[in-house]
Design a protein around this ligand. Structure first.
Ligand SMILES: NC(=O)c1ccc[n+]([C@@H]2O[C@H](COP(=O)([O-])OP(=O)(O)OC[C@H]3O[C@@H](n4cnc5c(N)ncnc54)[C@H](O)[C@@H]3O)[C@@H](O)[C@H]2O)c1
Ligand SMILES: O=c1ccn([C@@H]2O[C@H](COP(=O)(O)OP(=O)(O)O[C@H]3O[C@H](CO)[C@@H](O)[C@H](O)[C@H]3O)[C@@H](O)[C@H]2O)c(=O)[nH]1
Length: 435
């Protein structure tokens, strides 16, 4: 059985570490973040992800999974090294690859025999080739190694499930040598007839960006349709559901909302646009997707402001949901950031509640906004309620009780969870997205 080191124990690295251990390999999770490794050594999860704690506990108890900060020893110990460090948005929208190149250097310096280096991080075309060159430079050609691009398609909140039940596994290589080892570590998937796509490095890198940009475009498109529906009096929910019945379109990623966010769509659309620019290729669809999403977030803000006749100064607004989607505590690039900041700029008072993202919110807004203990506490005395994240507990609000608590009964349901006629019958002024 293979000894696998996973460098970077963020969302992707930690999921891969637990998942690969669960598939039977011995896995060492490595990170430069001492606090994160300390938590993991104590068996605690550094992120909120349903179902992950049990698998962490199981694989640690069965001695297939350990964590360490000693990256150099980890590299020397491993047969296969997975890289799961971040590739955040850098200058001009380009992916910042500093962490990946640092890791490549440290791998090159510590290589003491053949190793397979597998990149899980989302990286622009050409990055794995560069990783190969850096490792070779610092290893001074002493030891053979292979570089594999194995992009990750997991969704936050369903990370463990997606890793264990992927729609496909992409393996990009320069030559066929590492393929058998990859098939072995992913054997439970391979046996389960999950499609494996074996290809070259640039194609594997491109598959990841193309997939994310297509999904982002789908969301941006239905949000545009929602804006049109708002103006012409059509119902986007029925439009989307009916479009989705067409097998060529499909029902997924056609849910209108407050604009896409998170750590992937915003940065990956920007990165793909930058890749194209660097190669003098025009990508007007990708560019428009980015622009459309920015516009949509401003449209949402306008909707709230206009409901108060353009004057929200002094109004009390309750925001339900801060995370960029349900089942995560992540608020990176979430619509809540744009909306709350715009409301604050116009001197509204904002009180928020999210079941998981309150700690992250405190780091951003400290005492500029109020933090409620639950949704009804947030709503108390509010002039408007803005629902941004589709948490299950917000799907089942006691709307009558909610309205009783409010000073002015404006309800902005930006996930289209409630039926306009039912909520209006209870005395609310209802605002959805394209409904
Ligand atoms: N989050 C997702 O849903 C998701 C899904 C698919 C792909 N991706 C991609 O995977 C990559 C990682 O994303 P993430 O969300 O897990 O990031 P993250 O920020 O949650 O985690 C990155 C981790 O890498 C560690 N790190 C940084 N530099 C390091 C170094 N030199 N040595 C060791 N550890 C180091 C950080 O401390 C952190 O724990 C990105 O390229 C992202 O685009 C993310
Ligand atoms: O119909 C939809 C679907 C999504 N969203 C929004 O789009 C964003 C992204 O959602 P989702 O794709 O579920 O979240 P991520 O965890 O960011 O996952 C995406 O980004 C990951 C990182 O690259 C990829 O691995 C996944 O395949 C890809 O779905 C969120 O703000 C959602 O609220 C909508 O508004 N409507």
């Amino acid at each position: 059985m293979y000894k696998i080191a996973v460098i970077g124990t963020g969302y992707v690295g930690l999921t891969a570490a637990i998942g690969l251990a669960n598939f039977g390999s011995t896995v060492l999770g490595l990170d430069i973040d001492a606090a994160k490794i300390e938590l993991l050594k104590q068996g605690k999860m550094p992120i909120y992800e349903p179902g992950m704690q049990d698998l962490l506990d199981k694989n640690v108890a069965e001695r297939r999974l350990v964590f360490s900060q000693d990256i150099e020893s980890g590299i020397r110990w491993a047969d296969i090294i997975f890289i799961g460090v971040g590739s955040p948005q850098g200058e001009d929208g380009r992916a910042d690859l500093t962490a990946l190149y640092n890791v490549a250097e440290i791998i090159g310096r510590n290589l003491d025999g053949y190793v397979i280096v597998v990149t899980k991080s989302t990286v622009p075309v050409g990055t794995n080739e560069k990783i190969y060159e850096i490792i070779n430079e610092y290893n001074q050609g002493n030891f053979e190694f292979d570089v594999v691009s194995n992009p990750e398609f997991l969704r936050e909140g369903k990370a463990m499930y997606d890793f264990l039940h992927p729609d496909r596994v992409v393996i990009g290589t320069k030559n066929p040598r590492p393929v058998e080892a990859l098939k072995k570590i992913y054997r439970p998937l391979y046996l389960n007839e999950v499609p494996f796509i074996f290809t070259d490095l640039p194609t594997a890198e491109m598959i990841k960006y193309a997939s994310n940009c297509f999904l982002a475009a789908k969301v941006a498109f239905i949000n545009e349709m929602a804006r049109v529906c708002d103006s012409v009096g059509a119902n986007v929910q029925t439009v989307a559901l009916t479009m989705g019945r067409d097998g060529r379109i499909g029902p997924k990623f056609l849910h209108p909302g407050p604009g896409y966010g998170g750590s992937c769509f915003p940065k990956d659309t920007q990165a793909l646009a930058a890749i194209a620019r660097d190669h003098n290729i025009a990508t007007p669809l990708v560019d428009s997707t980015i622009q459309s999403n920015v516009f949509h977030k401003e449209y949402i803000v306008q909707k709230v402001v206009e409901a108060f006749d353009g004057k929200i100064s002094g109004k009390r607004i309750a925001v339900l949901g801060l995370a960029f989607k349900a089942e995560t505590d992540d608020i990176r690039e979430a619509s809540s950031l744009t909306i709350i900041n715009r409301l604050l700029n116009q001197d509204a008072a904002v009180c928020v509640y999210d079941p998981q993202a309150m700690d992250n919110a405190r780091q951003i807004w400290s005492d500029v906004i109020e933090y409620a203990g639950n949704e009804y506490e947030a709503i108390k005395g509010a002039d408007g309620v803005v629902l941004l994240t589709e948490w299950n507990q917000f799907r089942n609000l006691d709307v009558a009780a909610m309205l009783d608590l409010m000073a002015d009964k404006k309800f902005f349901d930006f996930r289209n969870i409630y039926q306009r006629n039912e909520v209006e019958a209870l005395g609310a002024e209802y605002y959805g997205i394209g409904t």
